[in-house]
Design a protein around this ligand. Structure first.
Ligand code: FAD
Ligand code: 2HG
Ligand code: ZN
Length: 472
């Protein structure tokens, strides 16, 4: 890697114009730290190309000069993947000016969009043609399609529609040497060898720059029902999802689990959020059913399933939302957890997955081990139960100082990752590796898998200029 020369900056500016360069101290900081302010970096400059051709020319110039690039979308990633290092020698390549929806093909049920399109804008574009683009997550107002693909984002509708990998049919990618791979095929069947798009999806900017994608569309949802349910245990939640799946099938689109601690943080810090029940309960789930029929009998279906669970003492109490405002209020209790936890000082995020059946065992054993070794830590466990994905996040004990908590970080994380991997789980279910979990990935991933990953990286990016210091 080499430092950025004035000549290189001039050449890049000749490609992207003045509007495509950010170097001033006023505008640069927002590209140099993440949403949580957990990662900070320094960059030689931020480049904002407006087209695939411009991206290719900038990448080619950096490749020839031996300068490292850090691709960036909405900067909402939770593992520091979009943040440059502290050398000041890297160039941040922001895709946020590439915002065109290139094509909507309702007969093929696809939409083709550029990497900088905000997820919510993509959802709105699908809704305009009475279709659904189903990826749904708390950061959807600011994360981008490119970032969603690069992290293989998940969210709250994965159990019905899959994650980003399942939603993409084709990609356009600028390779580390500046060549453009046009894989923008809208095909559901294409068995002509290795499926290269899957290399780039989830690669977190380490193999190339995704500039556009062809994505699947689904029929618009015309009826939904949403319930907030209190439960005695995580085990009861696993049994409840089984009952609902059996009775409601694919209509189940969301099943989000939350511990009391998670909800308490939201009630304390997010204005306008209220408890739904008079008494606190150990666990809650937010359930959503949806259907493409306008008058599908979803309330009856869900009431039937919850009624059965009540009889089996799996549910303590439940409410069904009766208005759009109530639906929004229930989702606010769920979506507010990330932000609410930020108000409680530094926190440790662990985005783990285990088989759904092992979630109760994971929680029981890990809670016990952590509280024995680190009395008073506050465990904020919540997430996408139907995907076996828990955000098992830890806040420091009330009154403990930040330095003490930081010193315990590695030991706390080890307890959690050992437990997940011990149950055949993963240390990163949906947020990726970035810089946050690079050391942990080296420790917990199969050595053969790591060797294959390094071989792929060396083939596509032999000079290591594409987001160095991330993933592997
Ligand atoms: P960035 O943060 O800018 O980048 C993320 C990674 O992708 C970096 O490694 C970057 O280098 C790379 N990258 C970005 N664009 C490109 C590109 N065009 N080509 C190549 N590489 C690129 N994630 C989930 O999976 N599920 C959730 O439910 C969820 N909820 C969230 C809620 C909140 C409140 C927040 C703040 C985050 C949440 N996230 C969630 C994490 C994050 O929003 C997603 O990972 C999102 O997909 C990142 O998109 P972005 O555009 O912000 O990417
Ligand atoms: C969610 O599901 C996100 O809310 C964010 O994946 C999780 O902040 C987190 O740890
Ligand atoms: Zn999540």
């Amino acid at each position: 890697m080499t430092a950025v020369s004035d000549d290189l900056i001039r050449d890049i500016e000749a490609v992207v114009g003045e509007a495509g360069i950010v170097r001033d101290t006023e505008r640069m900081p927002r590209y140099l730290s993440d949403w949580r302010n957990a990662y900070r970096g320094v960059a030689a400059l931020v480049v904002r190309p407006a087209s695939t051709e411009q991206v290719a020319q900038v990448v080619r110039l950096c490749h020839l000069a031996g300068v490292a690039l850090v691709p960036q979308g909405g900067n909402t990633g939770l593992c520091g993947g979009s943040i440059p290092d502290m050398s000041g020698e890297q160039v941040v390549l922001s895709l946020t000016r590439m915002t065109r929806i290139r094509d909507v093909d309702t007969a093929n049920e696809t939409i083709t969009a550029e990497a900088g399109v905000i997820l919510q804008t993509l959802q709105d574009a699908a809704a305009k043609v009475e279709r659904l683009f189903p990826l749904s997550l708390g950061a959807q107002g600011s994360c981008t399609l490119g970032g969603n693909l690069a992290t293989n984002a998940g969210g709250t509708a994965v159990l019905r529609y899959g994650n980003m990998r399942d939603l993409a049919l084709g990609l356009e990618v600028v390779l580390p040497d500046g060549r453009i791979w046009n894989g923008l095929r809208g095909l559901r069947k294409d068995n002509t060898g290795y499926d290269l798009k899957h290399l780039f999806i989830g690669s977190e900017g380490t193999l190339g720059i995704i500039t556009a994608a062809v994505l699947k569309l689904y029929p618009a949802v015309r009826s939904t029902t949403t319930a907030w349910v209190a439960l005695p245990s995580a085990q009861a939640a696993v049994q409840l999802i089984g009952i609902i799946r059996g009775l409601c099938g694919d209509r189940l689109t969301g099943f989000e689990l939350m511990s009391r601690q998670s909800v308490e943080f939201v009630l304390s810090h997010i204005p306008g959020c209220n408890d739904r029940f008079a008494e606190p309960h150990p666990w809650y789930v937010l359930i959503e059913l949806s259907d493409t029929q306008p008058d599908a009998p979803l309330n009856e279906l869900l009431e039937g399933a919850i009624g059965e669970a009540l009889e089996r003492a799996l549910v303590i109490d439940a409410v069904l939302a009766t208005s759009e405002a109530q639906v929004a209020a229930l989702w606010a209790l769920r979506e507010g957890i990330s932000e609410a936890q930020n108000h409680e000082g530094p926190s440790l995020k662990h985005d783990i997955s285990v088989p759904v059946s092992s979630i109760p065992a994971f929680i029981e054993a890990t809670d016990r081990r952590l509280l024995e070794r680190f009395p008073g830590v506050r465990i904020v466990a919540y997430g996408h139960l139907g995907d076996g994905n828990l955000h098992y996040n830890i806040s420091k004990p009330v009154g403990a100082d930040d330095a003490w908590f930081k010193a315990q970080q590695d030991a706390i994380t080890q307890v959690i990752y050992d437990a997940a991997v011990g149950l055949q789980g993963s240390i990163s279910a949906e947020h990726g590796i970035g810089q946050a979990k690079r050391t942990a990935a080296a420790r917990y991933k199969d050595p053969l898998e790591l060797e294959l990953m390094r071989a792929i990286k060396a083939t596509l990016d032999p000079h290591g200029l594409m987001n160095p210091g991330k993933v592997i």
